[in-house]
Design a protein. Structure first.
Length: 458
């Protein structure tokens, strides 16, 4: 009996240990719905996230999420687990919801629903709005190859090949005629502008390459500000009758994992999840990973020189994208890939001013940085770097109309001249364009006057 009692006591202690972590968890609850009297499609996917949105100069930090693959019909009740130890009473938190049909966004919350701190509740009722339609895909069937010879200042020409893949990924190769070295490869993600008239390539360059969609099968290189290059020379790439193969190579960074005797590599700039060929410097890559990982299957950031090609897999009828690791450089377990580039939303984004006419923007210590927020209800708020701004705005297609913008009347020790210039330029705004995470405000003649960068909304 004594032994039996000891066994029961040990089981009780084990049971307590197993539930202790659960006791430390807490929940944010609520429901999400939309006003439109339309049914959600079969298999609609609901995604609910709990985020820390305290920093205006950094992406939101996700603390918990719920993904429901077959969500059914609204209202959608939800419950998100989180660790109370992660909550700082000085920070701000929100719940956001998105409803998808496959990869197509149907409904989304377009305002901040605060929770947990600053007298906010732990249960919320969220109203979603219909997502704005994204620009239609103008490229037809993908993959597609665009090619041409562009002007060169100190060589006969630059042969350029651009491959656009189905999943928003691009491969680019540039070869300088009559020059040693090269070719030079780049890869990353491509985005259409908010109105579908420009294409931007976000790869390893400091600034994205920009092209105008000047004809159904033609891309024309633009300058850094998105304006036509003032030249009689030909800066166009033409779509080829059939896709041409391109195997980009060079310095690559990504998350490597090794499991079940096979390596996988998720390249950071493209998001491509690649099989890893067991050749080249694969042995050094694999060994460094095995010595550094803490648990099997961990994905760790690595740097290497490699080539991306298509190879036949061990199983399956079709070739798959594969990484050939030509030279292993290093492993960095504390690093992660940056957030993938996406087209920012005009409304309810915090737009930090980065370019005022043709000059950079200065930020004064202990003063709000110059920024704008276009609210869903048509209100415009922000700061000129000294005083708070408020007004109204309206958009119709590419056009943007700014009403009278009021400002508080505080005198600031620095930045007043820049603030006055900003007010003058805002009066000239007639059009807008979003390229990736940048908002460009243009005048009546289409000249770029202001550029902003989207950061997390406070």
């Amino acid at each position: 009996m004594r032994i039996q009692g000891m066994i029961l006591a040990m089981l009780a202690l084990a049971g307590c240990a197993s539930v202790a972590p659960e006791a430390q968890r807490a929940q944010v609850t609520g429901e999400a719905l939309y006003r439109e009297r339309i049914a959600a499609p079969p298999g609609a996917r609901l995604e609910v996230v709990l985020e820390d949105i305290s920093r205006a100069d950094a992406p939101a930090v996700r603390l918990g999420e719920l993904v429901r693959e077959d969500a059914g019909q609204p209202p959608y009740a939800f419950s998100i687990d989180y660790n109370p130890a992660d909550i700082d009473p000085r920070h701000s938190y929100r719940v956001a919801v998105r409803l998808y049909d496959g990869e197509r966004l149907l409904f989304v919350t377009d305002q901040v629903y605060p929770v947990l701190t600053r007298d906010a509740p732990s249960s919320v009722r969220l109203m979603m709005k219909r997502a704005r339609s994204a620009p239609e895909q103008p490229f037809g069937a993908l993959p597609a190859t665009y090619a041409g010879t562009l002007p060169c200042a100190d060589c006969p020409g630059i042969d350029m090949q651009l491959n656009l893949l189905e999943n928003g990924v691009f491969f680019l190769r540039q070869s300088y005629q009559d020059r040693d070295g090269g070719p030079f490869d780049d890869l990353g993600r491509y985005l259409l502008s908010s109105h579908g008239d420009q294409l931007s390539l976000h790869g390893g360059r400091e600034a994205p390459l920009r092209f105008a969609l000047t004809a159904p099968d033609t891309l024309t290189l633009l300058d850094r500000d998105g304006d036509a290059i003032d030249s009689e020379l030909n800066y166009s790439l033409t779509r080829q009758p059939t896709p041409q193969p391109l195997e980009p190579s060079g310095l690559l960074g990504g998350k490597y994992r090794y499991l079940a005797d096979a390596g996988r590599f998720r390249e950071c700039r493209t998001g491509l999840d690649l099989a890893v060929a067991t050749e080249g410097d694969n042995a050094a890559l694999e060994q460094a990973y095995l010595e550094t990982r803490k648990t099997p299957g961990d994905a760790l950031r690595v740097s290497l020189e490699g080539r991306i090609t298509k190879r036949m897999p061990m199983e399956g009828p079709d070739p798959v994208w594969t990484l050939v690791p030509e030279r292993f450089i290093g492993i960095w377990p504390e690093l992660d890939c940056p957030e993938p580039i996406r087209l920012a939303d005009l409304r309810n984004s915090y737009w930090r001013l980065t370019l005022l006419e043709d000059q950079g923007v200065s930020r004064a210590e202990n003063q709000r940085e110059p920024h704008l927020v276009f609210r869903e209800d048509g209100r415009l708020t922000g700061s000129d770097g000294c005083n708070r701004l408020s007004g109204r705005y309206d958009v119709d297609g590419r056009r943007m109309t700014l009403g009278t913008i009021a400002a508080t009347r505080m005198a600031c020790p620095t930045g007043m001249e820049q603030a006055v210039r900003l007010h003058g330029v805002l009066e000239q705004v007639a059009h807008y364009r979003i390229m990736g995470r940048h908002l460009e405000l243009l005048d009546q003649d289409g000249k770029l006057r202001l550029r902003f960068e989207a950061v997390a909304l406070q």
